[in-house]
Design a protein around this ligand. Sequence first.
Ligand SMILES: *[C@@H]1O[C@H](CO)[C@@H](O)[C@H](O)[C@H]1NC(C)=O
Length: 460
Amino acid sequence: MLCIIVVTLLLEATPLLVNAEMVTTCESNVIHRLSCDTGVISVQAAVFGRADSATCSEGTSPQTDCSVVGTIEVIKKRCDGKKVCELNTNIFSLPDSCSSPLKYLQTKYNCIPAIHQVTCEHSLSHLQCDEGQVIFVYAADYGRRDRTTCSYTRPESQIQNTDCSSPTNKVAESCNGKNSCVIKAKNSEFGDPCYGTYKYLEVAYACQYPEVTQEDTVECICPVFTGSSKAMLCFRLSTALLLAAAALLTSSVVHTERVISCDDSHNVQRLSCETGVISVEGALYGRKDRETCSEGRPKEQLVNTECSQPGTLDLLKRRCNGKRLCEYNTNVVRTADPCPGIFKYLETNYTCLPAIHLVVCEHSLADLYCDDGQVIFIYGADYGRSDRTTCSYKRPASQIENLYCSDPTRRVSDSCNGRNRCTVRASNAVFGDPCVGTYKYLEVAYVCEYPGLVPEVSTF
Ligand SMILES: *[C@@H]1O[C@H](CO)[C@@H](O)[C@H](O)[C@H]1NC(C)=O
């Protein structure tokens, strides 16, 4: 009993964590959608078929007990570690014994805090924990599940297959227990689950102190329950939540992310923040060592290890600071060739800073304000359009289809920094027109500071 009390106390101390959701789909061919606003999916239970006579019965009393064995494994494999997971019942085949047409799919899941990372095909991503902590990978999937992720200037044909999922153990095998780990999002690592589609690797992991994590310790901590599988299960679940708490604590301290894209074709580099906004900390276009992006390259393309293009950091800060999501490719930074004949890469370090994030549609007013005594400090502002959904309600398709209209601007910082309140009109009259004919929006990220306390982050 002691064990359960301890666990309860810990869970009470971290009330954010328990967040059970259940979704039930009564018909086949409709979408069964699991999603987490914060954290990632952890499937706890799933039934396909029928386990009771009430659910989805519409007044009849159908045959019970014809569930498909292994449903939970299938759904876990597909959905654990993701923020969104959509499927339909066609992925299961029902046994003949289950003739009742009134079957259903029911999934129970939690949203557990984790570091969630997406790396576009041909980029390298760094999984990294604080000193003394190690990586624990919840899940990894290489493929494509939507049209928007890693889509910047990719041809339509390469992003239209959104049914390409291939959960993989490889990331866990090579990263678990390490303090940091580099993963190449490439066919050479994972195979090619959908030829011709531009893919991405989605990884969810936690950082934890090594001694807390091993399943062996579960038994030592909780000897009373040895032999009782139900109690063990309960405790393992709690352990997962505790790990998650560790991850939450780690990620609320500023966590630096690093992504590297090799300079071939149109590889997309993606920066994203689940909470807060992007702050680019370091960027290199060039080459600093012989190993990075060396695969299949002749030696003479790797010899110059002191090659970097000036201005890359400023360019990416301007483009990405203050946004939640920023996609681009090396064409965007390649303003000149800093070392002809050398094969280059783009390495970017960024963090996610807490900030007030505001989006206002063209012709509306942005009202920025702080508490009494505090003043505004702008991280970034951009007037344009980079997705199809923001500010799109009833606008004709022609006005929302240009997604490459980005125009980072200093105007908002010029007029708002240091003030307690500030109003800015999202209009061509203020910002000029970066893309004629497109309906635009203004995206601003700012913090409120006591005057004199200048944030350590430099802005553009
Ligand atoms: C990114 O961070 C790592 C680790 O701190 C550092 O070694 C590397 O030089 C940084 N890269 C850039 C481009 O700033």
